[in-house]
Ligand binder design. Sequence first.
Ligand code: GDP
Length: 487
Amino acid sequence: GLRRGSDAFFLHPRLLGGLLLDGFDQETCHSRYQSAMYRRNSGRQPSSYLISKLRRQEALQRRCGPGTAAYRNAVEQLRSGESVASPECKYIVSISYCGLGNRILAAASAFLYAVLTDRVVLIDPSNDMDELFCEPFPGTTWLMPRDFPVAGYTNFSVDSAESYGNMVKNRVVRNDGAGVSTAPPPALVYVHLNNDYTDHDRLFYCDEDQRLLRRVQWLVMRTNSYIVPGLFLLAGFREELGKLFPEPDAVFHHLGRYLFHPNNLVWGLVTRYYEAYLSTAQKRVGIQVRVFGADSNSPELVEQITTCTQKNSLLPEVLGAGSSEPMTLPASGRRNSTAGPVTSLKSWYYERIRSMYWENAAAAGGGGGAGGGQQPSHEEYQHFGAKSHDAKAWAEIYLLSLTDELVTTGKSTFGYVAQGLAGVRPWVMQKPWNRLADQPCWRDVSMEPCFHRPPYYDCQLKRWADPGKVVPHVQHCGDVSWGLKTV
Ligand code: GDP
């Protein structure tokens, strides 16, 4: 039970039901408390257990984070190469790798693992990870200081001698079953959970090995996937995860809204677009078209998007059959308007779809109301005027997350982050060769990201096993059939 009197304050919408702590400096991070005003979907309610664990984690991060005596000690111990029997603070460092969606999902995964194992999480600041977000924890930083004594740790790979898989393979560590090997554990272990991980690396997803890893003071992790469904496979974490997330289909939803707040630069991009195009629209539909540079522009994909959105009544039917003429929305379009961001690396899709819907919807829905002559043009939105590619990508992910309905491209971590933050189950488009002819898109079973490379292994029987058969709320994904997601 919560104390009466504090409830109203605690449950203020801007604090996302207690997920966020009050009292951060608002100037340094406008999005933290403002974002709730931009969302129609207030999202799922976090469990009080999750809230209390987050407050504990914040205290741990403050006590052990960079700049503290505990951190200096831990770095000193690492430098001296000796391992400590019961270290005061333990750490997990998440390497920032691959595209922005991958990096966000890796950081969220590392954070949850830290919460489960009483570790401090530190994020490798490379690849712009120090230029996109506000600090999530008050009074400390989650960014790994650049003077970390393990030079080149961001280059750890499947071949590194420091990896857990290679240590097991080369018998540098031995697991005697209880996880209590007689030799002291190494001071630092690299866990390679990338898509190219080996059978030995895969032991990370075994309880015995977790017992050993628990004793290691410094872990460094690389993944380009969302490993959280893999954590649900571990018996040792199951009960705790159940208490933290009584709704297992909302894990990233809570982690994402807790951790990832656009910094003021990105927030400026988000809010300017929002005011111009989304603020007065009655319905907001985001469309994410993931294409690759080498792909040729595909009229078939535009057709697929059109069929998907119309069949499911996401967008008004503005085109007469067979017509390619853009049609005007009714004059009352302002009240009935639909608007939303179309994100894609290629402006061609954006232009095609906009010429069908958006010009009118935006003009009717947002053009009149924004005022002040501050509206960016569509073209400015495409180029954004910001230097950083990642800042634009992050702003676009965030804008997608402010919509009521989402149409995404399957398999894309960019879309996964948007749907989780939004709290909506997306309409997922499959590649043409992967879909039924009459099904341009389908409604996903949950808003959770898909874990693309789960372990197919039974740790007890030491043989192949289907990880989709271990617990009922961890199932195979619709977009990546061998992947796993919580539902
Ligand atoms: P994934 O590859 O689809 O899983 O998504 P990632 O975010 O991990 O990597 C794709 C990268 O390509 C992003 O980080 C962006 O830099 C870029 N990108 C892909 N789609 C878009 C888009 O719609 N808009 C912008 N601005 N960038 C995109």
